[in-house]
Ligand binder design. Structure first.
Ligand SMILES: Nc1ncnc2c1ncn2[C@@H]1O[C@H](COP(=O)(O)OP(=O)(O)OP(=O)(O)O)[C@@H](O)[C@H]1O
Ligand SMILES: [Mg+2]
Length: 249
């Protein structure tokens, strides 16, 4: 067990389909390839990050997910080891019941601050990793708030579209609230513009609006909308022959 604490990074926005699972998966994968020890935590009941990184059918993880880890008080027994550097805490559809269980189940009574459940169950392994990367659902619900409150950094994914643009300030407000109330060290690492289609005037316009509104927060790199990137769920990240072209910007 090292002295150093893992840096915990949430990839989020409450707007759906902006590339959260793809980006968190790619981030976790590349950090692990650089020989950092990475724990990827799936906080979305769709289980997309679980699928992408483990290449297992979602049924394989029945009752072995982050939801049961909340009941147990630690993720320790719910870690799937992809290789020595990349570990995953999976999720499945039942994670959709997290809010109800947090407030009504006997197993989760011990979680006194319902925003800090995830932070608490990560604590036993926090010295075992260099990075913990968390994927989130498309809503400002309990899994999202728990992810934000457990994090050192948040990466905001902003697709170049109106509904992503209008979601960003509300997301930042949620991050600010978490910072004020429970997690003073929390920082927005930046806004990553995704799904950018430079041939479309509306996409270009929203990309520019995002840059105007948050000039200091936008990363220079912009993720393009590309068929090869869209095929990552089918091809996976390991042995994906078109991965470099999928990720080249
Ligand atoms: N850069 C890209 N270019 C083209 N398609 C992409 C790109 N990034 C992701 N996709 C595809 O777009 C869809 C949405 O991406 P993804 O699932 O990563 O978004 P998400 O924000 O996690 O969605 P959700 O909010 O439902 O969790 C997926 O089918 C994915 O394969
Ligand atoms: Mg997703």
């Amino acid at each position: 067990m090292g002295e150093q604490r893992a840096k915990v990074i949430t990839v989020g926005l409450q707007k759906g389909g902006v590339g959260k699972s793809t980006t968190s998966g790619v981030l976790a994968y590349f950090l692990s390839r650089e020989k950092y020890k990475v724990l990827a935590v799936d906080m979305d009941s769709q289980g997309n990050l679980t699928d992408l990184l483990t290449q297992q059918d979602i049924e394989y993880f029945e009752e072995k997910t982050v939801l049961e880890a909340f009941e147990d008080g630690s993720v320790e027994d719910y870690i799937y080891r992809v290789n020595d550097y990349l570990h995953v805490v999976p999720s499945d559809d039942y994670l959709a019941t997290l809010a109800k269980r947090l407030y009504t189940s006997d197993e989760m009574k011990y979680i006194t601050d319902k925003n800090l459940g995830l932070a608490g169950i990560l604590e036993p392994v926090i010295h075992d990793y260099d990075f913990i990367v968390i994927d989130t659902p498309p809503s400002l619900s309990e899994p999202m708030v728990n992810a934000i409150c457990a994090s050192d950094y948040v990466i905001i994914l902003a697709e170049s579209s109106k509904w992503a643009f209008t979601a960003v300030p509300r997301f930042i407000e949620t991050v600010d609230m978490a910072k004020e109330r429970v997690n003073p060290d929390l920082e927005v690492l930046g806004i990553l513009k995704t799904m950018n289609d430079s041939r479309r005037a509306d996409s270009k316009a929203f990309s520019e609006l995002i840059k105007e509104e948050w000039p200091d927060l936008c990363f220079d790199v912009i993720i393009k909308r590309k068929p090869a990137t869209g095929r990552i769920p089918m091809e996976g990240l390991f042995d994906n022959k078109e991965l470099s072209s999928a990720l080249e910007q």
